[in-house]
Ligand binder design. Structure first.
Ligand SMILES: Nc1ncnc2c1ncn2[C@@H]1O[C@H](COP(=O)(O)OP(=O)(O)OP(=O)(O)O)[C@@H](O)[C@H]1O
Ligand SMILES: [Mg+2]
Length: 607
């Protein structure tokens, strides 16, 4: 599944998206509701300010006392008292609003971060169980963007936007209420104009979606570029590729600029248009309002309140307008996030899969066909049996399918046809976990995680005892190297174990495989030439690893090949010869013989 080709098909299915995000929101519902409750008065306070203008204008400016009745008693508030109370009231309101705003910000930041965390953790869980093929097909940058920034946008955004919408909506409602109270006729005009002003929002959804998707792909490419600059920095420096990398980067940055500008160009007219429509509304209101005042239908205070409300209404309405475009972005990100949730790894346990308990008899490959890309078979009709505790060396031309063959055994990929069986049980009937627990692998290029040497070795078997660790280190011939390090086994390794040499790294990987104590061992021997002394050390380490194990070893060294019980020659995906060294050498014009003459004889001469 190539991620860059998935484009959030579902980003307009709002109901579906909300039903998907709901389980993440649900646990925090109580707090979110608290946030809402705080947001409501926060929004309404604007209306209160506008409302306060009416008594201010009518009583204070008009120098009239306010007479009102409570439970049949008459009360009088002098205009001087009003003049005194209102300014303090304004300050008190501001203070109150400040406290509410703080609470609201705090609650929404907390809930949105928690929801984001949950989504990210679940997505990461999904990611780590994806098939190797998924990682073959997708670049690191796309994965980082899709797994890290989209959840942030989707889930943090949703709470933030809900918060903004509630405050703005209640702000608008409060102000509209004041307007209605002041004059329902004017209010009717105002609200009608507002509704018209919102129409353009609906028109730009698609543009936002396409811009968001493009931005995601560009963001991913930029991250990939940075990763490659980091990981390939030596190659870059050696070949003077700085210019190339820089040019790539510049292009991507400009791409991103262009996408955003084209969206702005095509969407930014929306907000001014809303303003123009709203201004028309204000113009009508002012004209009609003048008429209402002069005809005595409305007091000056009511009109002041009304106009203030109308002006204050600008802000929440504008925010709502922006939020709607923001929300579209969020839904697109959400569409992409749930697309990831729906990815299914293909290599999973069958319903009645059984545990693999060691290897007792043999591993059989029968008529195995395999292809990475459709109709381009990499392994062709391969049939091979390997007995318990046998060591099988695999040799052949580069790109012939050796690494592919051994990657099928831990079921990194599923075969297209034929069968692979362990003691007669099909590989697809075993639980993936138990299968992989029975196989220890040393790869061509061994990856070490950032952490100490101890941690890197113990990854093979976290339950190993201190003695087992010692033994693994000794058998991998690491003790001398470790003794020279200032922090010994606790020495930290860089992100890719860069502080170690190739041979040292391989031996750490051998120790890691050794401590696993798996009955089946797969070795993809490094082709890199080691000097004689290191070669001898690595060889001894390997000998220790493969003792009493069933071993597949992709061999590049003559010593490994000669020590093997049998040799399989794989050429262009086909098993062409099988037997021990002497048998294969005896085949006239044999491929192994040719390979031997070409590659291994020199090594023999050297030794
Ligand atoms: N992940 C992959 N996706 C697609 N094609 C792949 C992948 N890995 C390998 N191939 C292709 O499969 C073929 C066999 O590759 P493989 O790595 O198995 O060769 P090999 O025999 O191990 O070669 P070498 O001796 O150079 O390591 C090659 O043509 C390669 O391009
Ligand atoms: Mg290989």
């Amino acid at each position: 599944m190539k991620l860059s080709t998935t484009t959030a098909k579902n980003s307009f299915k709002y109901g579906w998206l909300l039903s998907r995000i709901w389980p993440y929101i649900k646990p925090y519902m109580f707090r979110i509701i608290c946030g809402f409750l705080v947001a409501i008065p926060l929004g309404l306070l604007d209306g209160v300010t506008a409302f306060a203008l009416k008594p201010f204008m009518d009583y204070v400016v008009g120098k009239q006392d306010w007479v009102f009745h409570i439970l049949g008693h008459e009360f009088t508030l002098t205009w001087q008292a009003f003049a005194f109370i209102i300014p303090f009231g304004v300050i008190a309101f501001a203070g109150f609003q400040g406290v509410l705003r703080y609470l609201n910000d705090y609650i929404s930041a907390w809930t949105s971060q928690r929801i984001t965390n949950d989504v990210k953790m679940d997505l990461f869980h999904k990611l780590i169980y994806m098939d190797p093929q998924f990682f073959d097909e997708n670049s690191s940058g796309i994965i980082i963007t899709r797994y890290m920034s989209d959840p942030q946008t989707a889930s943090a955004g949703i709470v933030d936007q809900i918060k903004t919408i509630t405050t703005s909506l209640f702000g608008a409602l409060g102000l509209i209420a004041v307007m209605l109270y002041s004059s329902w006729k004017l209010a009717f005009i105002g609200v009608l104009v507002l509704c018209i002003a919102f129409i353009p929002v609906a028109l730009i959804r698609k543009r936002i979606k396409s811009a968001s998707n493009k931005n995601m792909v560009i963001g991913g490419n930029i991250t990939t570029n940075i990763n490659e600059t980091y990981n390939g920095n030596k190659v870059m420096t050696a070949y003077g590729l700085q210019n190339r990398q820089e040019q790539y980067f510049k292009n991507q940055i400009w791409d991103s600029f262009n996408v955003n500008m084209s969206l702005t160009k095509r969407a930014a007219w929306m907000s001014p248009l809303m303003y123009v429509i709203a201004s028309c509304g204000i113009a009508v209101v002012l004209g009609y309002g003048t008429h209402l005042i002069t005809s005595g239908e409305m007091t000056a205070g009511s009109f002041a309140s009304f106009v203030t409300s109308l002006l204050l209404l600008y802000k929440p309405v504008k925010t709502l307008g922006n939020t709607l475009t923001g929300i579209q972005n969020i839904f697109v990100a959400m569409g992409r996030v749930f697309e990831l949730f729906d990815l299914k790894p293909e290599i999973v346990d069958k319903a009645n899969a059984v545990e693999m308990k060691g290897l007792n008899d043999k591993i059989e490959l029968k008529n195995v066909w395999f292809e990475y890309v459709q109709n381009q078979p990499v392994l062709k009709n391969l049939t091979l049996t390997i007995n318990k505790d046998e060591t099988l060396a695999i040799v052949g031309n580069s790109g012939g399918g050796k690494s592919t063959l051994v990657n099928l055994l831990p079921r990194f990929y599923d075969i297209k046809s034929g069968s692979i069986t362990f003691d007669g049980t099909d590989i697809r009937d075993l639980t993936v976990k138990s299968l992989r627990a029975n196989i220890a692998m040393v790869f061509q290029d061994n990856f070490l995680f950032s952490g100490t040497i101890r941690e890197n070795i113990m990854m093979g078997n976290p339950e190993a005892t201190e003695e087992e660790l010692e033994l693994a280190i000794e058998s991998a011939h690491l003790q001398e190297m470790i003794a020279e390090l200032p922090d010994g086994i606790e020495t930290m390794l860089g992100e890719r174990g860069l502080t170690l040499s190739g041979g040292q790294r391989q031996r750490v990987a051998i120790a890691r495989a050794m401590i696993k104590k798996a009955p089946i061992v797969i070795l993809d021997e490094a082709t890199s030439a080691l000097d004689n002394k290191s070669e001898a050390i690595v060889q001894k380490a390997l000998d220790n690893l493969i003792k009493d194990k069933t071993v597949f070893v992709i061999a590049h060294r003559l010593s490994t090949i000669k020590n093997a019980d049998r040799i399989a020659v794989i050429n262009e995906g086909e098993l062409v010869e099988l037997g021990n060294h002497e048998e294969l050498m005896a085949i006239p014009n044999g491929q192994y013989k040719a390979l031997y003459e070409m590659q291994f004889k020199k090594q023999e001469a050297l030794i």
